[in-house]
Design a protein around this ligand. Structure first.
Ligand SMILES: [Zn+2]
Length: 128
């Protein structure tokens, strides 16, 4: 059983530059931010605020923490590896990236919606 990040449409539109091109519920990756958006999570590319869909190879600005019963760390690492490979990335980084993903959500409760602000993953707040 591992805690993972999946794409969600929940809380989309909280920020006016939200987007969601992922498949609802698919696993997502955290990929390095490109040079264009390196300093700005609200930049023109959008990857500074985006989670990358492992299956769709598209992106979303909202992800949900989910505990998957019957899904092991090895299963997760294999999903990460095959997604990186399918997208033409260096898949040898998969074990390290898997550890990073697990680390990011470790202290977050099941079911919360998170957003990405460059290197930070934070809880999405309900607008006042
Ligand atoms: Zn980018």
């Amino acid at each position: 059983m591992v805690k993972v990040l999946v794409a969600t449409s929940a809380m989309q539109g909280t920020r006016d530059n939200d987007y969601n091109w992922c498949i609802e519920g698919e696993l997502v990756l955290l990929l390095p931010v490109c040079r264009r958006d390196r300093e700005d999570p609200d930049g023109g590319c959008g990857c500074g605020r985006g989670f990358a869909g492992m299956n769709s190879h598209r992106a979303t600005t909202t992800a949900m923490v989910r505990t998957l019963a019957g899904f092991s760390r090895a299963d997760y690492a294999e999903a990460v590896r095959s997604s990186l490979e399918a997208q033409g990335y260096n898949h040898h980084a998969a074990p390290r990236l898997t550890d990073y993903l697990l680390d990011v959500v470790e202290d977050l409760p099941d079911g919360v919606v998170v957003e990405k602000r460059l290197d930070d993953i934070q809880l999405r707040q309900v607008p006042m």
